[in-house]
Design a binder for this molecule. Structure first.
Ligand code: RAM
Length: 493
């Protein structure tokens, strides 16, 4: 379903991109067939590459063919694309074979790439000439305006995390908040929510958040259900997959946006979209208010195939409906039904609490996981004392299903902060994101588990994204909770 009014609003908010030119000198020496060279741009960029080829010898009498492979982290270059047999397309691998008909000339590669390293391998020239790489020109693009970032005097490891986070977000901020500039290069709801939070503390491009909200509202599935992600080209169209939690996060993202911007017009335009999601998801619960995971369909929560998602689904619903009530109140709507429903589903959620273990359990196997505890705490199902007990005990439960993504880890940090465990949150954040920094990350990664730093849910590291915006939230935590700042003046909700 298309809503032209919403899509027009989104189109009007399309941002201009800032460009930065970076030039590297080539080797400047004649290269043989089969010879290769790796260039390092010094940090991660999202952008376009041109390669200036000259030659030595006679006038070139045949095209030059070369391969070019881009890598976000150095380790990626050691992986052979031919050995990738995972379940998402190998077309994401940033490697091309190029024919250059005219030598000397500057070869413009058409795709936009996400990279720090580039490997160029000469495949075939001819007996007449040997190619020479003279220069590489990178045009980096972003819609993030660094001049908007409030000055905060961070030092030491805080400074490191803040910078890497900002670079991650900046390189993902294009015409929308992309999940990752290498893959999938599009707008996902769960990612958007976290990017928006980091953006409010840094680049402060509220209009980009607004644009993304209107894009989701402008292209929905049957009956107005919000998709988990949106394609932009050749025209805006939502993906046909839905995720229970991502659908609900539209509500939280709108509520946060209103809190920041005080933009009433957008709030009242989109409040009916939020209510529609609430209506559509009603049939995902049984008569006692407990989620039926068959009916709820896919719940994301983390990249972890072991994780039972029942408790997470129940809690995310509660977490979202709390914000839905705030939105509806602000719009002058009656919230009695929502409040009663919230009470019932919160009581149902408490039935997942197991006195024996002192933990929330999930699914038929009564699984204990970090994600279930975290989401129940964020949804304020347990009170503060119980939340604290759970969070203190959790690390001792060795077989509890762990967290695999910075996305899931973000929620752990937030749960600690909400429970008043600010010091523990700070330490955990530094250990986790600092672990990636210690491994040389220029931008934070899509997946990271300290026990298995190069974990991939896709069946191959080569398609992982190493600049993934859902991992950019240390800057949000540091600036919101650990730095001295002027008070906010957004909407009062
Ligand atoms: C990944 C995307 C995105 C995430 C989904 C669920 O493929 O890159 O970040 O939201 O999965």
């Amino acid at each position: 379903m298309r809503n032209e009014y919403f899509l027009r609003k989104a189109e009007e908010l399309k941002p201009a991109l800032f460009r930065e030119e970076i030039v590297l000198d080539g080797e400047g020496k004649p290269m043989e067939d089969g010879e290769e060279v790796i260039y390092d741009f010094g940090s991660h960029y999202t952008g376009y590459l041109r390669i200036d080829f000259g030659y030595e010898g006679h006038h070139p009498d045949a095209p030059l063919t070369f391969s070019v492979q881009f890598a976000e982290i150095r380790e990626e270059l050691d992986l052979d694309p031919e050995e990738y047999h995972g379940w998402i397309s190998r077309s994401w691998i940033q490697k091309e074979t190029v024919h250059l008909d005219v030598v000397p000339s500057v070869c413009q590669l058409n795709r936009r790439y996400a990279f720090r390293y580039v490997r160029i391998r000469i495949l075939h020239a001819s007996g007449n000439y040997r190619p020479v790489i003279r220069k590489l020109f990178l045009t980096a693009v972003t819609s993030a305006d660094s001049r908007n970032v409030p000055a905060v005097q961070f030092t030491g490891d805080d400074l490191v995390l803040d910078r890497i986070s900002q670079r991650t977000l900046r390189n993902c901020m294009q015409e929308v908040f992309e999940d990752g500039p290498k893959r999938d290069r599009r707008l996902w709801l769960g990612d958007l929510r976290l990017q928006a939070l980091a953006n409010y503390q840094t680049f402060r491009n509220n209009d980009l958040v607004k644009r993304c909200l209107y894009l989701f509202a402008g292209s929905t599935l049957d009956e107005g259900r919000l998709a988990s992600n949106i394609f932009l080209e050749p025209q805006v169209e939502c993906d046909d997959q839905t995720m229970f939690d991502y659908t609900l996060f539209f509500i939280n993202t709108l509520c946060d946006y209103y809190r920041e911007s005080g933009d009433r017009e957008t709030l009242s335009d989109l409040q009916p979209v939020c209510m529609r999601q609430y209506e559509l998801l009603k049939n995902c619960f049984d008569t006692t208010g407990m989620i039926d995971t068959e009916k709820a369909g896919r719940i994301f929560a983390d990249w972890n195939f072991e994780l039972d998602k029942q408790a997470c689904g129940q809690a995310v619903w509660i977490y979202a409906v709390r914000d839905l009530i705030r939105i509806c109140r602000e719009c002058g709507e009656d919230t009695t039904e929502l409040e009663n429903d919230l009470k019932m589903k919160t009581a149902a959620a408490m039935r997942l609490y197991d006195e024996k273990t002192g933990m929330f359990v999930s699914g038929p196997e009564q699984q204990i996981s970090w994600a279930s505890q975290i989401w129940m705490i964020l949804a304020e199902v347990p009170d503060r004392d119980l939340s604290e007990k759970i969070l203190r005990r959790l690390p001792e439960i060795k077989d509890a299903v762990q967290l695999n993504s910075p996305y899931a880890y973000h929620h752990y940090i937030q749960a600690l902060i909400n429970t008043g465990m600010k010091d523990e949150a700070y330490t955990a954040m530094h250990e986790y994101w600092g672990g990636m920094a210690a491994l040389g990350a220029d931008t934070f990664w899509e997946l990271y588990n300290p026990e298995q730093p190069y974990v991939s849910p896709y069946g191959g590291l080569i398609v992982n994204s190493f600049c993934h915006a859902w991992s950019c939230t240390p800057t949000y935590f540091l600036r919101k909770y650990y730095a001295e700042k002027e008070p906010d003046d957004g909407g009062d909700i």
